[in-house]
Design a protein around this ligand. Structure first.
Ligand SMILES: [Zn+2]
Length: 331
C-alpha cells in the first residue's frame, strides 16, 4: 500500500468535540482546566515557545492574557490524553514586524513579540517543511491558522455589513442584525496528475522554486464535480483532454484555507499547449525520469515537490505503483 509518510497537515489527532460547541458552560470548564493549551496566531503566523532546542506550539492558557488578550478564541478539540486545545487570535499590535522579504511562495515576514525572547514566530510552511514540530502538532497549527485567518478577515456580515459575533466555540459567526450565520470556509482545490501509459504531465508556475515541476491544480467552481474540475483545469492549463478520473487522497492546505483533492486523470493523448499565463512550462515526463525527480537525481537538476505536499505522493504513487483506471465513473 502507498504510504503517505511526510504528508503535511493531515494528522490532526484531536477529537473536535463538535457536539459540545454550543454548550458555553462546558467550554468554560474546558478552558479552565490545568492541562488546557492554546495555539496562538498573530498576523497569520504561529507563536512558538522556545523549550531548550525544541519549539512548543502548545502554550499555557495564561499566555493569552499575558500577551494582551485574544480577538477570537476557538476550541480546536481534545487530545487523546483528554487535554483541551484552543486556538487564539492575538491582536495585531501584540507583534512587531521587523522586515518582509516574502516572495509569493514563502512568507518571510520577520515578526517578534517585543520583550519576549522566549517566543518565536515562524511561518507554517517553514515549520512543516523543516519538521520543526511533530506532524500531529503541525496539523493542529494548520487548523488554527486556517480558522483564525477566516476570523481575522470576516468580522462583518457579508449580507448586511453589521459586525458579527463569535459563537459555537469559535466555529461560527452570527449577525446580530439580520441573524445570518457565517461558517469558516474551506476552498476545494483539485490537484491532479494526468497520465498516459509511461508518461505523466507536470508543470511549473513562475513562483515555484527553481527546477521544481509539480502536478497541475486549480479551484473547483460552483456547480462542478471534482471530476469535471480535474478535466477542465488540465484542458485549460495544458490543452490536454482527459477522460477517466480517479480520486487518490486529500490534504488540508492552510495557505490560506484550501482542501487539496488529489486525483489521477487518464489523458487521451500527449499533444498539448501550455497556457503561459498560468504556467511557465509543462512537459511529459517518463516514469524513469519521474523517479529521478522524486529522488532528486534528475540530470537537469529538476525536482518534484517535497513529501509535505500531496503532489509528491501523487507522483510517487504513479511512478512506483501505477494507477488502475478501470471501474471508475466517467461523468
Ligand atoms: Zn447581517
Amino acid at each position: 500500500l502507498t504510504s503517505l509518510e511526510g504528508l503535511g497537515f493531515a494528522l490532526d489527532p484531536l477529537d473536535r468535540a463538535s457536539y459540545e460547541r454550543e454548550d458555553a458552560s462546558e467550554m468554560a470548564r474546558l478552558r479552565a482546566r490545568g492541562d488546557a493549551r492554546a495555539i496562538l496566531i498573530a498576523r497569520d503566523m504561529p507563536v512558538l515557545l522556545k523549550d531548550g532546542a525544541a519549539l512548543n506550539p502548545l502554550l499555557p492558557m495564561a499566555e493569552i492574557e499575558a500577551l494582551g488578550g485574544a480577538r477570537v478564541e476557538a476550541l480546536l478539540g481534545v487530545t487523546p490524553d483528554g487535554a483541551p486545545v484552543f486556538a487564539a487570535l492575538l491582536r495585531d499590535e501584540t507583534v512587531e514586524q521587523q522586515s518582509d522579504a516574502s516572495d509569493g511562495f514563502l512568507d518571510r515576514r520577520a515578526l517578534v513579540v517585543p520583550g519576549r525572547d522566549d517566543l518565536k514566530l515562524i511561518d507554517l510552511r517553514s515549520i512543516s517543511a523543516g519538521g520543526l514540530v511533530p506532524p500531529d502538532q503541525a496539523s493542529m497549527l494548520g487548523s488554527a491558522k486556517a480558522l483564525m485567518h477566516w476570523h481575522a478577515r470576516r468580522r462583518f456580515c457579508s449580507n448586511c455589513g453589521a459586525e458579527t459575533l463569535v459563537s459555537a466555540a469559535g466555529w461560527r459567526r452570527e449577525c446580530p442584525v439580520c441573524k445570518m450565520h457565517h461558517f469558516p470556509r474551506t476552498d476545494p482545490v483539485v490537484i491532479m496528475l494526468a497520465v498516459d501509459g509511461d508518461a505523466c504531465l507536470l508543470g511549473r508556475q513562475p513562483r515555484f522554486p527553481k527546477g521544481m515541476y509539480s502536478a497541475l491544480a486549480g479551484f473547483v467552481e460552483p456547480g462542478e464535480t471534482i471530476e469535471a474540475a480535474v478535466r477542465r483545469e488540465i484542458l485549460e492549463e495544458a490543452g490536454v483532454e482527459c477522460d477517466a478520473v480517479r480520486y487518490f487522497a486529500s490534504q488540508p492546505w492552510p495557505f490560506p484555507s484550501s482542501l487539496m483533492i488529489g486525483c489521477f486523470a487518464h489523458a487521451r493523448g500527449r499533444a498539448f499547449e501550455v497556457d503561459r499565463v498560468e504556467l511557465e512550462d509543462a512537459r511529459w515526463f517518463s516514469r524513469h525520469e519521474t523517479r529521478a525527480l522524486l529522488e532528486r537525481r534528475h540530470p537537469d537538476g529538476l525536482v518534484a515537490p517535497i513529501p509535505m505536499a500531496i503532489a509528491h505522493h501523487l507522483i510517487k504513487k504513479w511512478a512506483f505503483e501505477d494507477v488502475d483506471f478501470t471501474q471508475f465513473a466517467q461523468h
